[in-house]
Write a protein that binds this ligand. Structure first.
Ligand SMILES: Cc1cc2nc3c(=O)[nH]c(=O)nc-3n(C[C@H](O)[C@H](O)[C@H](O)COP(=O)(O)O)c2cc1C
Length: 197
């Protein structure tokens, strides 16, 4: 199922076609493709080239590892994410390696890496649905995540599924239109609030 961006100006096809489905096909993702997703993330820009990202990866073919990561998600997310063959937890290192000071851009840089990963996935016909809805304390405890690291997002990744496999409330979400704010709300010139586009 497609839900392309209704863009006012031309954008790359991968950006146009990306969206966050709740219906996933549980067809396994080829291991080489999983590796390419992580390679794409690895080559993101980052402040001081700190590369503050870490990823915990779980695939459905290893049910013990998969259920461990799935159990960190809030129930509302587990309901649909359980069909995705690949789950990932992204983690930010909050301090710089070179001086131990706080890295104010750690979360930003994890986001950049995930942006790369998401578009690389799209190029394979894979979809990514990111989630804030997970229990960070549980993840920290289950995976022994050190104190100066912080779980950022959970990701469900997979080939697209069908709305017909979903409960009615989720099917409605799967089929609902995508919306965006107008440019005038967030692109400014000269002073805050003065529209550029
Ligand atoms: C950081 C982040 C956290 C999100 N958390 C959740 C979540 O917990 N559950 C969920 O269903 N969707 C979650 N989403 C998906 C957003 O709702 C979705 O990206 C947004 O509605 C725009 O839709 P689109 O990605 O299809 O364009 C999250 C997305 C991001 C980037």
């Amino acid at each position: 199922m497609e839900k392309p961006a209704i863009n006012q100006y031309p954008i790359h096809e991968l950006i146009k076609q990306r969206w966050s489905p709740v219906a996933f096909n549980n067809r396994p993702i080829e291991a080489t493709k999983v590796a390419s997703l992580l390679e794409a993330a690895r080559w993101a820009a980052s402040c001081f080239n700190e590369q503050p990202w870490s990823f915990i990866v779980a695939t459905q073919d290893n049910s013990q590892e998969y259920n461990k990561l799935l159990s960190c998600l809030v129930e509302a997310n587990q309901k649909w994410a359980k069909d995705a063959p690949l789950l990932i937890l992204s983690v930010a290192k909050l301090t710089f390696e070179h001086n131990g000071k706080p890295n104010r851009h750690a979360w930003h840089d994890v986001g950049l890496a995930l942006g790369n990963l998401t578009l690389q996935a799209q190029s394979f016909g894979l979809f990514v649905h990111q989630m804030a809805g997970f229990d960070g304390d549980k993840a920290r405890s289950l995976y022994n995540i050190p104190q100066n690291y912080e779980p950022v997002t959970a990701l469900a990744v997979g080939y697209p599924g069908n709305a017909s496999q979903l409960a009615p409330d989720l099917a409605e979400r799967q089929l609902s239109p995508r919306t965006r704010k107008p440019f005038s709300d967030f692109v400014f010139r000269d002073r805050w609030g003065e529209s550029y586009l």
